[in-house]
Design a protein around this ligand. Structure first.
Ligand code: ZN
Length: 245
């Protein structure tokens, strides 16, 4: 089976479509594993939910998914994120709201645990350091864990039961072999990358060969920015897409 691992679409339909087309060109997929934040920041919340739901998929809840529908407090959001969150909530109909409200915090699927932020604090925690990774390995029972939230592709590897752990870059166009060590993998962000590379980031898990591939896809950033401008979304949120930050 081939699984598309995607995270942080953030209402960026152009990026999401580019990712799906890229996967098709690489042999397609059977199922999407989505790590949350379908909405927030970008111009196409409804369209992104609809496109995701057209495919066989599972998805966990992200902070923006629940923030947009008022299920969690967004006091900690910065002013631009708050403005976009309020706007997003106004674009959704009851069906979209019910869908987002019912997303689970954690999904266990075979050898994998899926969470948006971290297995310890699925909604809010950023899993970006070795320190947090060491702790996180104690909070899931499966061999592997997939997270998003930071919008930065990365792989953490647990070396031994004593907690020793390594941070690896997640190389592009290369395969990560799943063997004996436990891993936490972040595929990077589809709709708002933050690692300095503006191209959409995603991964494919090939269960027959026990490998995960990491890919980057260019998309029409200007068209997303134009819709953001048209809908009055904060300038800063549009500008950052050009820089992958
Ligand atoms: Zn996000």
């Amino acid at each position: 089976m081939r699984y598309a691992i995607i995270s942080d679409i953030h209402s960026n339909l152009t990026a999401f479509q580019a990712v799906l087309q890229d996967i098709e060109a690489r042999g397609g997929f059977e199922r999407i594993w989505c790590l949350g934040d379908i909405v927030g920041y970008g111009p196409d919340p409804k369209e992104c939910i609809e496109l995701l739901r057209q495919h066989a998929h599972i998805c966990v809840a992200g902070n923006h998914d629940w923030g947009a529908i008022g299920k969690i407090d967004i006091d900690d959001f910065n002013p631009e994120a708050t403005a976009a969150c309020r706007w997003t909530g106004q674009q959704l109909d009851q069906q979209d709201i019910d869908y987002l409200a019912n997303l689970p915090l954690i999904i266990n699927e075979g050898d994998f645990t899926l969470a948006h932020g971290s297995p310890r604090e699925p909604i809010w925690e950023y899993l970006v350091s070795i320190h947090v990774a060491r702790v996180s390995f104690n909070y899931f029972k499966t061999k592997f864990c997939l997270v998003g939230h930071s919008h930065v592709p990365v792989v953490f590897e647990s070396l031994a039961p004593d907690g020793e752990c390594l941070l690896h870059e997640f190389p592009i166009d290369a395969s990560l072999t799943l063997d004996s060590n436990r891993l936490i993998v972040n595929p990077g962000g589809v709709g708002q990358p933050r690692d300095g590379d503006p191209r959409a980031s995603y991964a494919i898990y090939d269960s027959d060969h026990s490998v995960i591939w990491h890919y980057r896809v260019p998309y029409d950033i200007v068209s997303t920015q134009q819709r953001m401008k048209e809908y009055g979304l904060p300038y800063k949120l549009a500008a950052r897409l050009s820089h992958g930050w």
